[in-house]
Design a protein around this ligand. Structure first.
Ligand code: ZN
Length: 233
């Protein structure tokens, strides 16, 4: 990798540190140091994208061709710092960088073959304004930098308010988000395409499913799902 003079200069003025362990990053490292990157709790789902614990969440409920998450999400673990920082600490750069890293790892396995477009799970406008960005959209941007697959942020809107999901059971969660997405009438994606839904963390799969169900009204659509993290139940 070619390191720009600007990167080297910025490193001198304000050294970048690993988002997981806090160690100083070398100019070739991005967001996570080599050692932490090596030890992230990878799921291996991209090795069997049609049958894995995340793909099984959708079986019988939504037709999904492939589903994979890069890492397991274990609250309060070291790797959870990545998720925490991108969701609650303003680290938009972490979402983009992790999208890039995941794309490099999954592309080797042919995960993106045949995908036409990515649709990130939208946030409500008020949530997006508060956070300043939609982390799922930034993960998709990072993936796009590597794969060249376009990102469609206009296809869907998150309409209804849904309460925080954290204290709900799986079934309550599905009920909670069921009607909160809609297709944007002015920007409906073309028919007969393979759409990759991009999310940050999948736990029950309810949000992803609500989003996907909305897209299934498009003629001939095929769906796959990619998320940065998957919560082990
Ligand atoms: Zn580290």
């Amino acid at each position: 990798m070619r390191i720009s003079l600007l990167t080297r200069l910025l490193d001198l003025i304000s050294p970048r540190t690993c988002i997981v362990c806090g160690a100083r990053l070398s100019p070739t490292e991005d967001i996570v140091c080599q050692s932490c990157l090596l030890h992230l709790p990878r799921t291996g789902f991209a090795n069997s994208p049609k049958d894995n614990p995340m793909a099984r969440l959708f079986w019988g409920l939504m037709p999904v061709e492939q589903a994979a998450a890069m890492i397991y999400h274990q609250p309060r673990s070291e790797s959870a710092r990545i998720i925490y920082n991108m969701k609650y600490a303003g680290r938009a750069d972490a979402a983009i960088a992790m999208g890039r890293i995941m794309a490099c790892e999954f592309a080797e396995k042919g995960f993106f073959d045949g995908i036409d477009v990515m649709v990130p799970v939208p946030l409500t406008e008020s949530r997006k304004r508060k956070r300043g960005y939609n982390q799922s959209e930034l993960i998709a941007r990072g993936i796009s930098e590597v794969t060249g697959i376009p990102v469609d942020t206009k296809a869907m809107e998150r309409t209804a308010f849904s309460a925080s999901q954290t204290s709900l059971t799986r079934w309550e969660r599905q009920d909670n988000v069921k009607d909160s997405f809609s297709l944007n009438g002015r920007h409906i994606p073309a028919a007969n395409r393979h759409v990759l839904i991009v999310d940050d963390v999948v736990t029950s799969g309810a949000t992803t499913m609500a989003c996907g169900s909305c897209l299934t009204s498009i003629e001939g659509i095929r769906l796959s799902v990619i998320t940065l993290a998957f919560t082990k139940s």
